[in-house]
Design a protein around this ligand. Structure first.
Ligand code: CA2
Length: 142
């Protein structure tokens, strides 16, 4: 199984501030944890992060016919990006939406997700262990 893990804007800042919301682990810690899970479960994993909407759109387009599952934390683009929504609609595999916090319990502007209608599974509010929960779902359900 091939899984593409996408992290959106500002997730490269994990562990550098706002630890009360996002914890103390860095993005590298998250990606290492996911790679460790992938190695133990025979999954081929690609991890990417971008602060640029179009770059995320291009990676989602290129994932067609190559990846079985996209696990995506769209960061703030979750709440704004019809372009990411449209790219995910075209994707022919499964989509898992993941958030470290639970955006629906935060400011009103975080309550809408343009990713959610495209997602086969959503996990939010479990800290970085939510990433492993996303992988567990992908391995079980695909
Ligand atoms: O809870 C999540 O995973 C979010 O996707 C994180 C996004 C936020 O815009 C979403 O509403 C929910 C923010 C990305 C991380 O931003 C940081 C800011 C400062 C320090 C560390 C991370």
């Amino acid at each position: 199984m091939n899984i593409l893990l996408l992290n959106g804007p500002n997730l490269n800042m994990l562990g550098k501030r706002d630890a009360s919301i996002y914890g103390t682990e860095t993005l590298k810690d998250v990606e290492d944890m996911c790679q460790n899970f992938a190695d133990k479960n025979g999954v081929s994993l690609t991890c990417r992060q971008s602060n640029h909407e179009g770059e995320l759109v291009t990676w989602i387009q290129q994932a067609r016919s190559t990846y079985d599952v996209i696990i995506i934390n769209g960061g703030a683009y979750t709440h704004t990006s019809i372009a990411i929504h449209d790219a995910l609609e075209i994707f022919d595999g499964k989509v898992v939406e993941i958030h470290i916090s639970e955006p629906k319990e935060r400011e009103a502007f975080r309550h809408i997700s343009y990713i959610e209608p495209c997602a086969d599974y959503r996990i939010a509010g479990h800290g970085i262990k939510g990433y492993i929960m996303a992988f567990e779902w992908a391995v079980d359900k695909k």
